[in-house]
Design a protein around this ligand. Structure first.
Ligand SMILES: C[S@@+](CC[C@H](N)C(=O)[O-])C[C@H]1O[C@@H](n2cnc3c(N)ncnc32)[C@H](O)[C@@H]1O
Length: 276
């Protein structure tokens, strides 16, 4: 049976993120893409992938490779599993949906921490991201995922997963620090680091002020190599000073930032840009 990807083959593929990641850029995609150079982009680099919302929107404009990376290896392994066998992941998610309950969540979490096959790990990762507390990814010292149940229903859109999987299958998916980015002329690097003074413990290690400076310095090197560099961050005195030599835009975002997860606030965040 043809899938959605076969049906729309040849047209422009765009997908929404398959995980709901704190700080996700889904609502800001258009405002961020406005700052991109005219397509085609040579290589596209997204070294703080998270939900990879921008990659999933821009993948078709890339003429060479998209290099998508993050320090969260479980997240990248999920994208790899999807790109290799999306139908099996979708099937497994449908099984999880049928059994969904609070008790079942804790059972899945236990199995995930004990280790499943690649497809099982990916489906459990996606399931727990959607029904766990606030979509957080947090591990204890033993490296076990320990986010409590979030009292949320479970649903997913298989066709969106198929399109996202087709896009991830064309990308180079890597685990690692942002310093591994090595762009050349006509490349674009988009960075969405853990924001200054907000959530700083996505992988339990934290992203310090020293890392923020290290990223700013890397941006200057990437621009000197010929790339367009775009960085998102929160708007604080520290980030204003850090990016004072960059072109800066302010974005009004309606996104979830509160700890209890149901309070929508309008936040201004920044985009710092360097053009070659
Ligand atoms: C704000 S989230 C990204 C949100 C994402 N762009 C989206 O649209 O959903 C930041 C990501 O940076 C990753 N990260 C933290 N420290 C990192 C580092 N030193 N190098 C690369 N990625 C890192 C975290 O694992 C997390 O997934």
């Amino acid at each position: 049976m043809p899938t959605i990807v076969d049906t729309i083959y040849g047209s422009r593929l765009q997908a929404k993120p398959v995980v709901k990641w704190p700080g996700g850029k889904r609502r800001l995609v258009n405002q961020i893409l406005e700052q991109f150079p005219e397509p085609p982009i040579h290589n596209y680099w997204e070294p703080f992938a998270g939900g990879a919302a921008i990659f999933l929107a821009v993948a078709n404009d890339v003429s060479a490779s998209s290099i998508i990376s993050d320090t969260n290896s479980r997240l990248i392994q999920t994208y790899v599993a999807l790109s290799i066998n999306v139908e099996r992941v979708v099937q497994r998610l449908a099984d999880l949906a049928r059994q969904h309950s609070e008790e079942f969540y804790y059972q899945v979490r236990k199995e995930y921490n004990n280790g499943l096959d690649e497809i099982g790990q990916a489906a459990a990762f996606i399931y727990m991201n959607r029904v766990g507390f606030n979509g957080l990814y947090r591990e204890n010292r033993k490296g076990e995922f320990n986010v409590p149940y979030g009292h949320r229903p479970f649903s997913f859109d298989p066709d969106n997963f198929r399109v996202a999987a087709a896009l991830f299958a064309q990308a180079d998916l890597r685990v690692g620090d942002f310093s591994q980015v090595t762009p050349t002329g006509n490349d674009v690097v988009y960075c969405d680091p853990p924001y200054h003074r907000t959530f700083t413990s996505y992988t339990g290690t934290g992203f310090t002020d020293v890392d923020q400076v290290r990223l700013r310095d890397a941006c200057l090197t990437w621009r000197d190599a010929g790339a367009t560099v775009i960085v998102s961050n929160s708007l604080t005195e520290f980030t204003i000073e850090l990016y004072r030599d960059f072109e800066v835009k302010y974005l009004q975002a309606n996104r979830l930032i509160s700890r209890n997860g149901d309070e929508r606030q309008s936040v201004v965040e920044m985009l710092a840009i360097l053009r070659p």
